[in-house]
Design a protein around this ligand. Structure first.
Ligand code: MN
Length: 238
């Protein structure tokens, strides 16, 4: 008998001025090609409905988007902060925490990784270029096409990320001006760019609670190796 595909909830982009949500197709392509069943979670504040989604989904994908509002890590907004959407932040942090408590898988991409860190008490650089003038920071906001790998990341040994890629260095794309600063307790860094920027984190004592700073969904067609992350998420839900 064919095994049932695990239902994976996808947290979408929320355009509050237009009162609508949207998801780039590559995100759910990544899940569906990897044997999962992607479902978009509505951005709503009704906790009982969100809880029902947490119950029926085996795992979650937190997608990219605007900056996380620094109010959630107790900082005032600095001048380098970009656009924010605190309503979306709140809902995604709620889902991340609930999924965490229930040992359900969560994969965070770009902003999604940052949300996962802040949800459990971590902090971010609001703008890596302004806040780290002491370092030779890479260009993490590439102008090259979305699928183009523009910088290398070095993957830590004995991490789930290493299990997924089975190599120490991979090339990734980069579309962020924020990054993880202080890790929340329980996480470890699993990938860094050559300038020290955190590009991957995972919660040590959890089956699959993992984030990356790059956008693998935009690379799945040109660089199928990127699918391994989605496969990792789906397989962890079986
Ligand atoms: Mn980067």
């Amino acid at each position: 008998m064919k095994r049932k595909k695990p239902l994976i909830g996808v947290l979408p982009f929320y355009e509050y001025q237009e009162n609508k949500t949207s998801v780039k197709m590559n995100y759910y392509d990544g899940i569906n090609i990897s044997g999962g069943l992607a479902m978009i979670i509505p951005v709503i504040s009704d906790i009982s409905i969100l809880d029902s989604y947490v119950d029926i989904c085996k795992g979650f994908l937190i997608t990219g988007g605007l900056d996380v509002d620094p109010v959630f890590y107790n900082e005032p907004s600095l001048r380098g902060l970009g656009g924010v959407c605190p309503f979306r932040d709140e809902i995604e942090m709620y889902i991340a925490k609930k999924a965490f408590e229930k040992n359900k898988s969560v994969f965070g991409i770009c902003r999604g990784m940052q949300v996962m860190n802040v949800a459990l008490g971590g902090t971010l650089y609001q703008d890596i270029y302004i806040q780290q003038t002491d370092k030779n920071i890479y260009k993490h906001t590439q102008d090259a096409p979305r699928w183009f790998p523009s910088h290398e990341v070095i993957i830590e040994k004995n991490s789930r990320l290493m299990q997924i890629f089975n190599k120490e260095r991979i090339m990734v794309n980069s579309f962020h001006h924020q990054s993880v600063k202080d890790l929340a307790n329980g996480y470890r860094v699993t990938a860094r760019a050559g300038d020290g920027t955190i590009e991957g984190i995972e919660y040590v004592e959890h089956p699959f609670f993992l984030g990356v700073q790059w956008h693998p969904e935009d690379m799945i067609y040109k660089y199928p190796e990127s699918l391994k992350l989605f496969k990792g998420l789906v397989d962890s839900c079986k």
